[in-house]
Design a protein around this ligand. Structure first.
Ligand code: TYM
Length: 330
């Protein structure tokens, strides 16, 4: 069975961009691959944060992922900082990574722009840690949204470079995208993300979501209810494309928009209904799991232990190949 590895930052909230762009895929693929999913707290500390929030966010994310359908039997969900090999492998990869490659990374440039007062080395080194995450388990399949594809390409490059210098050790992984790898924010102007505040959270109530959907922009050509529109130009339609079942989408939504058969508000109400059919059960499972904190903590402990074993073997292999074998072994 091939190894799947992916990660997610504990930034305090899961949104439908995460869900439809990535997590939905993880839930499906866990039946096909040996799956590791990491809550990447070491990545999250590269921007300013509150330690108390971090502790809470890490745990909430574990609950949220289980609520979304990550299966305890099928997937090893674990906390990155509880497995020291990730940081150790990062250091060895640092020594084969040209600085210029990291400076050219899109996400680094974006984040360095957003956090001008805190452009720390960790922010620059972020993709190297991500490469170590994947390669320490010899991951081959990396299901992510479009924004992470460059980091997966970089990981392939790290593997190639290591293999060329020290001998065949790591596989070349590939990114696996969902049908909708880039979910736009509620105003349609940028990718949905927590930091931009343009998100719909998966645990938000029907009312909270409606308060965001109701004023959201649609096709600008539809000024009056009777104006025909072009669904492909409407951000709400792009949400229908991920949320609404196909026959309903084409028969009712797309046709209704083109012929002015339905108004934008009705279209949004229909989206809300369809979305809540998916989110309501997730929220219920999340609340059920909230009462089982001890069991969840035990699972995370067990999983971290399993990851320490597997990653420890890779570290030994890497050290051996790099000539870092302890002297007492000679
Ligand atoms: P993160 O925490 O930003 O996002 C988690 C996953 O959600 C996807 N995603 C989206 N997909 C589509 N549309 C959107 N608007 C959207 N927003 C987020 C992301 O692409 C991602 O798949 N660097 C990674 C975490 C990471 C990782 C790894 C991933 C660390 N190590 C190793 C894969 C393998 C990150 O910040 O994801």
């Amino acid at each position: 069975m091939k190894v799947l590895f992916t990660g997610i930052q504990p930034t305090g909230l899961l949104h439908i961009g995460n869900y439809y762009g990535a997590i939905r895929n993880w839930v499906e693929l866990q039946h096909k691959y040996k799956s590791y999913i990491s809550i990447v707290d070491l990545h999250a500390i590269t921007i300013a944060y509150d330690p108390e929030d971090m502790r809470k966010n890490v745990f909430d994310l574990a609950l949220g992922l289980f609520a979304c359908g990550i299966n305890l039997e099928r997937t090893i969900l674990f906390i990155q900082s509880e497995v020291p090999g990730h940081a150790e492998l990062t250091w060895t990869f640092n020594s084969i990574t040209p600085l210029g490659e990291l400076e050219r990374m899109t996400q680094f440039k974006d984040k360095a722009g957003q956090h001008r007062k805190n452009v720390n080395v960790g922010l620059l080194d972020y993709p190297v840690l991500q490469a170590a995450d994947i390669l320490i388990y010899k991951g081959e399949i990396v299901p992510v949204g479009e924004d992470q594809v460059q980091h997966v390409e970089f990981t392939r490059e790290v593997a190639r470079r290591f293999n060329a210098r020290y001998g065949d050790t790591f596989p070349e992984c590939q990114a696996e995208l969902t049908a909708n790898p880039r979910i736009m924010g509620i105003d349609g102007s940028a990718k949905m993300s927590k930091s931009k505040g343009n998100f719909i959270g998966i645990l938000e109530s029907r009312e909270e979501i409606w308060n965001k959907l109701a004023p959201a922009p649609t096709d600008p050509a539809r000024v009056k209810r009777s104006d025909p529109g072009t669904p492909e130009k409407c951000n709400i339609y792009s949400y229908h494309q991920v949320v609404t079942p196909e026959p309903e989408l084409t028969r009712y939504i797309a046709h209704g928009c083109r012929t002015a058969g339905i108004g934008c508000l009705d279209c949004k109400r229909k989206l809300l209904d369809n979305l809540m059919q998916v989110l309501d059960p997730i929220r219920e499972r999340y609340h059920d799991l909230s009462g089982k904190k001890k069991e969840i903590r035990n699972i995370l402990d067990r999983n971290a232990e399993a990851c320490r074993k597997v990653s420890g073997q890779t570290i030994l292999e890497v050290k051996e190949k790099m000539g870092l074998t302890p002297v007492w072994k000679v």
